[in-house]
Design a protein around this ligand. Structure first.
Ligand code: PMP
Length: 284
């Protein structure tokens, strides 16, 4: 069955969905996106993703393409139209299309696209093995709190990581870890403290990160929001990353240095379990 995507008010087979070559998303990466996980037909952490969509659009001065209620209905309808119960819903909003110019018109109509990727997010074999990362300088732009589609640096860095035999990359600025290519980075110190970088323009404000901090504190774990160096990460008891697609993914080596015992640690595993339980219970 051909995938059905949503484009500017229409439901189309993916091969029929077309965006102008003058779209500013294509010409200038003038666009933002969101990703929400779906389990058993329900949306995980949806409120957080919808709120961040609004913030990202607000930061760039792009109008919301649809009302909030309609947005939720579209999420539900794209699942029904594609018969999808498990996977990811991507949405992308660009400033719109007009003749190429750095300056844009105030009344541009945004381009709004939604598409699905079916997969069993609960069946992730890497949760058991953990992943390896290598560190690279963070060469992205300075406003990483906005979820723009400017993912070029991150994709190149991840390709480099793959060539180096690793699964992902830790981006480092002034010796401090900002985040992974498409996930937030966290460590657990030898004293059992969960440390994660405080929110700023240096990193994306991950929805899963926020949930995990909440759930960790509720589970009685000590949490510190502060920057940590790549050396501190290498010497930590546990390292893990969080994202809407991988939830809590243990990191078992950095630049070839084994983390802890070299296997997913108890805190990461517990947080993954709590996240799945809690977020399934509150899924809509
Ligand atoms: N940082 C970056 C750079 C990302 O691309 C992502 C995921 N898109 C995240 C963090 C994690 O954010 P979330 O938990 O909202 O998926």
């Amino acid at each position: 069955m051909a995938r059905i995507v949503y484009l500017n008010g229409e439901w189309l087979e993916e091969s029929k969905a077309q965006v102008s070559v003058f779209d500013r998303g294509f010409l200038f990466a003038d666009a933002i996106y969101e990703v929400t996980a779906v389990i058993g037909g329900k949306l995980i952490d949806y409120a957080g993703h919808a709120a961040r969509l609004k913030r990202s659009l607000g930061s760039l001065g792009i109008p919301m393409p649809v009302e909030e209620e309609a947005l939720l209905s579209l999420h539900r309808e794209i699942l029904t139209r594609n018969g999808m119960t498990d996977g990811l819903i991507y949405l992308q909003v660009t400033r719109g299309a007009e003749d190429r110019d750095f300056l844009f018109s105030a009344d541009l109509q945004p381009t709004f696209v939604m598409f699905t990727q079916a997969k069993s997010v609960l069946d992730n074999p890497r949760w058991k093995t953990g992943i390896s990362v290598v560190s690279r300088p963070d060469g992205r732009w300075a406003n990483r709190h906005i979820k723009t589609v400017q993912l070029l640096y991150s994709t190149l860095a991840k390709m480099e990581a793959k060539k180096a035999g690793a699964d992902d990359v830790f981006l480092v600025e002034d010796g401090l870890v900002t985040e992974a290519s498409s996930a937030n980075a966290h460590i657990v110190t030898k004293d059992g403290v969960l440390v994660t970088r405080a929110l700023s323009n240096a990193l994306l404000h991950g929805i899963t990160r926020g949930s995990i901090l909440d759930l960790a504190a509720r589970a009685g774990l000590a949490v510190e929001e502060r920057s940590f160096s790549i050396e501190e990460a290498k010497a930590a008891a546990e390292v893990f990353i969080t994202s809407a697609s991988a939830f809590v993914m243990p990191v078992i080596s950095i630049d070839g240095v084994t983390i802890g015992s070299g296997a997913p640690g108890p805190v990461s595993q517990k947080l993954l379990q709590i996240y799945i339980e809690e977020r399934l219970a509150t899924a809509i």
